[in-house]
Design a protein around this ligand. Structure first.
Ligand SMILES: Cc1ncc(COP(=O)(O)O)c(C=O)c1O
Length: 395
């Protein structure tokens, strides 16, 4: 076992000096088990991926069925592959009429790249606006939109003509103009520590984009698929974006990303020039089969609604003197502690107690609760008592 860990550190490119390095054996429902036999309650869902629970039988069945038919046969966009077509059709059936064509890619960051390019093509403009403390991915375009200079400086020069504005600052919306190709926003900011939009902020943003002819792109990579109490978060704010970006839970546990728009807009990528955005593996048949099955599980079991109810139950019942603020909705929750030291201590304590814990990228005084949406009431109660135990330990 130790060999495996040292080989992990030796042979895999690392993302940080202190990886959690749990040695994973298997995962089921809301639990992840290590090779040492320890059980962890999953509070993270692989960052909003495992909405239908680990090893969901319907998702596994769909993967196995597709596995026996075919894997990769051709680059995206050339052959008629039933899993892609059927999944795109299902997605469009649960989206507003103007979100009616799906472009599949492999990941969230790629979907952001596609969406930004599409907005530039549609408007003939170049300025791209995003928000402070936003995370949209790690490739050059998405990184250019990241709302934190610390992560960007070492990689400059990035995309030109990008601009950051402040979430929930109505006066900043005046910076959106006839020069702006697109405004990219997470309807609820995730890595900022679960920051919700203030009353009508997103409506005002929608209005400004419509006035200036700028494309409004919603990044629902984390908030999608029932996570916040509705299938997609934008539904709760009574507006529709021009482009919707999805990934993470989109693939039901397999890699998949997508950007979705009206077909009139989307057509720009296939004309003048042709091949405006291409991908070898985008919309992989296994990923689409898994994603479609996962979405069906979410719809059939009303998991979005469940997520809303369970989130409210946690907000009502998770009380402790160390918790200074509760944020979020559905199973997309952030809790503020007095300072970062407490969060660091809580990390150690939770991991000891068998609660999988992780940090926000741009918020060091809060912890997250985002379990799979299939979590049961009794599991929620167990989770809550372990969290309280951890908070008592660090008090
Ligand atoms: C809101 C948001 N957008 C985009 C991305 C990028 O997705 P991916 O890691 O699949 O490239 C992430 C990843 O964490 C994200 O949280």
């Amino acid at each position: 076992m130790e060999n495996l860990k040292s080989d992990f550190l030796r042979f895999l490119g690392q993302t940080n000096p202190f990886p959690v390095a749990l040695n994973i054996d298997r995962a089921e429902g809301v639990f992840i088990y290590t090779s040492e036999g320890k059980r962890y309650f999953d509070l993270i869902s692989g960052f909003s991926v495992s909405n239908t629970g680990h090893g969901n039988p319907k998702v596994k069945e769909a993967i196995k069925k597709q596995l026996d038919k075919y894997l990769h046969t051709m680059v995206y966009g050339e052959f008629v592959q039933a899993p892609q077509v059927e999944y795109a059709k299902l997605l469009c059936s649960v989206l507003p009429a103007t979100l009616n064509q799906v472009f599949f890619v492999n990941s969230g960051t790629e979907a952001i790249e596609g969406a930004l390019k599409l907005a530039k093509r549609q408007t003939g403009r170049s300025e791209l606006i995003s928000f402070h403390k936003a995370y949209h991915g790690s490739t050059h375009g998405a990184l250019s939109m990241m709302g934190d200079e610390k992560f960007k400086t070492a990689y400059r020069p990035l995309l030109p003509d990008t601009r950051l504005i402040n979430f929930n600052q109505f006066e900043d919306l005046d910076k959106i103009s006839e020069r702006t190709a697109a405004v990219l926003v997470e309807p609820i900011q995730a890595e900022a520590g679960i920051i919700e939009p203030e009353n009508d902020f997103l409506k005002a943003l929608r209005q400004k984009c419509s006035q200036t002819g700028s494309i409004l792109i919603f990044d629902e990579v984390q908030t999608g698929f029932g996570r916040t109490g509705s299938l997609f978060a934008f539904e709760q704010f009574d507006i529709v974006p021009d482009i919707l970006v999805l990934a993470k839970a989109l693939g039901g546990g397999l890699p998949l990303g997508a950007f979705i728009s009206d077909n009139e807009i989307m057509s720009k990528l296939s004309h003048n020039p042709v091949l405006g955005h291409i991908t070898t593996f985008g919309g992989h048949p296994l990923s689409c089969a898994a994603g479609k099955a996962a979405l069906e599980v979410i719809i059939d079991n009303k998991l979005a609604n469940e997520s809303g109810k369970m989130g409210q139950w946690i907000l009502d019942n998770l009380n402790h003197p160390l918790i200074l603020e509760k944020r979020g909705r559905g199973l997309f929750l952030g809790f503020k502690l007095p300072n970062a030291d407490y969060v660091n201590k809580m990390f150690k304590s939770c991991m000891n107690l068998g609660l999988l814990f992780d940090f926000y990228l741009f918020n060091n005084d809060s912890f997250r609760i985002a379990p799979p949406l299939t979590v049961s009431q009794s599991e929620l109660e167990e989770m809550l008592s372990l969290i309280i135990q951890s908070l008592n330990e660090i008090e």
